[in-house]
Design a protein around this ligand. Structure first.
Ligand SMILES: [Fe+2]
Ligand SMILES: [Fe+2]
Length: 292
C-alpha cells in the first residue's frame, strides 16, 4: 500500500508566518471581559492550579526555545530565528498568564511534586532531538487540555485566556514537528533511542491526569479517564501520518483506553500536526477554536 508523503513546508514559510504573527501579537485582545468571578472558592482555587500549570508550561517553552535557538544558530540562522520568535510567543503567553493569575486573586505558586519532577527530567535532556520531541509532546497535551477545558468553562475571562492559548498552540504543534524534522535531518541519531523516549513520555504524560485531576477538575470539569484518553489519542495521532519519523505509539495502552489504529489516522486534515492545521492557525483572528 503506498502512503502519501507528508506535506511539509520550508523553514522560510514558518519564519514569514511567525513574523506576521509577531507584528500583531501585542495589540490584539484589548477588549478584556469583566474580572473573573467564580461560583465558589473551590472553583477559584482549582482555576489557580490550572493556570499555574499552564504558566509553568509556557515558562519551560520559552526557555527551551531560546536555548535551542542559541545552539541552532551555528548551523541554520533561519531556523534559529524561527525558534526565537516561537519562544517569544511562549514568553507572551507567560506574561498573560502571570497577569491572569493576579486577576484570579492568586500568584505563581511553587510547582507540585509531579510537575517539578517532570520539568527537572526535561531540563536535563541534552540531545536536540530529545528536547524537541519532549517539547512537541508537552505542547500536544497542553493544547488538548485547553481545548477540552473550553468545552466546560463558561467564565468569560477564563474562556478568553483559554482561547488565546488554544489558538496559538494549534500553530505550535505542527511547528514543533518541523523543528523535529530539521533536527533529525541534521543529526539522525538512533531511531531506537527516540522511539524509547517517545514511549516513555507517551506513558508518563497519559498518566498525568491522575495527578492533575484532583487539583484542577473543579475548574475545567474534565474527568480523569476522558483526559487520559484524549492525551493518548492526540499523542498517538502526532506521528500516525508523519511516517518518516517511524515513531509507534504503545499499542497496549491505546487498546486499554479504547483507541483504534483507525481513530489515529482518521481525518488527516484535522490532525493537529498537519501543515493544513498550521495554515489554518497562522492568522489568529481567523482561527476557529474548536472545543474538544
Ligand atoms: Fe504557549
Ligand atoms: Fe506553545
Amino acid at each position: 500500500m503506498s502512503r502519501p508523503a507528508p506535506t511539509a513546508r520550508p523553514t522560510s514559510w514558518w519564519l514569514s508566518a511567525l513574523r506576521r504573527r509577531a507584528e500583531r501579537q501585542d495589540h490584539q485582545y484589548e477588549a478584556k471581559p469583566e474580572p473573573p468571578r467564580f461560583e465558589d472558592d473551590v472553583q477559584r482555587r482549582a482555576a489557580l492550579k490550572f493556570f499555574n500549570a499552564a504558566f509553568r508550561a509556557e515558562e519551560s517553552g520559552i526557555r527551551q526555545a531560546h536555548e535551542l535557538a542559541g545552539d541552532v544558530a551555528a548551523w541554520d540562522a533561519e531556523l534559529a530565528e524561527v525558534l526565537r520568535l516561537y519562544g517569544n510567543e511562549e514568553g507572551w503567553h507567560r506574561e498573560l498568564l502571570e497577569e491572569f493569575l493576579t486577576e484570579l486573586g492568586g500568584r505563581v505558586e511553587p510547582m507540585g511534586r509531579v510537575t517539578s519532577t517532570l520539568y527537572r527530567v526535561y531540563a536535563r535532556a541534552k540531545r536536540m532531538d530529545s528536547i524537541v520531541l519532549t517539547n512537541l509532546m508537552f505542547e500536544t497535551i497542553g493544547s488538548t487540555t485547553y481545548r477540552m477545558a473550553l468545552r466546560n468553562v463558561s467564565q468569560p475571562a477564563a474562556r478568553r485566556m483559554l482561547t488565546i492559548l488554544t489558538r496559538d498552540e494549534a500553530f505550535h504543534v505542527p511547528l514543533n514537528v518541523h523543528f523535529l524534522r530539521r533536527v533529525l535531518q541534521r543529526e539522525p541519531g538512533s531511531p531506537r533511542r527516540l522511539q524509547r523516549l517517545y514511549l516513555l513520555l507517551f506513558c508518563s504524560l497519559t498518566l498525568l491526569p491522575l495527578a492533575s485531576r484532583p487539583k484542577a477538575r473543579a475548574f475545567d470539569g474534565i474527568a480523569t479517564r476522558d483526559l487520559m484518553r484524549a492525551y493518548a489519542l492526540e499523542l498517538g495521532r502526532l506521528f500516525a501520518r508523519e511516517h518518516d519519523f517511524a515513531l509507534k505509539p504503545p499499542a497496549l495502552l491505546l487498546r486499554l483506553l479504547g483507541i483504534s489504529v483507525r481513530e489515529l489516522t482518521h481525518d488527516h486534515a484535522a490532525s493537529p500536526t498537519s501543515v493544513e492545521s498550521a495554515e489554518r492557525a497562522i492568522d489568529r483572528e481567523h482561527v476557529q477554536v474548536h472545543a474538544l
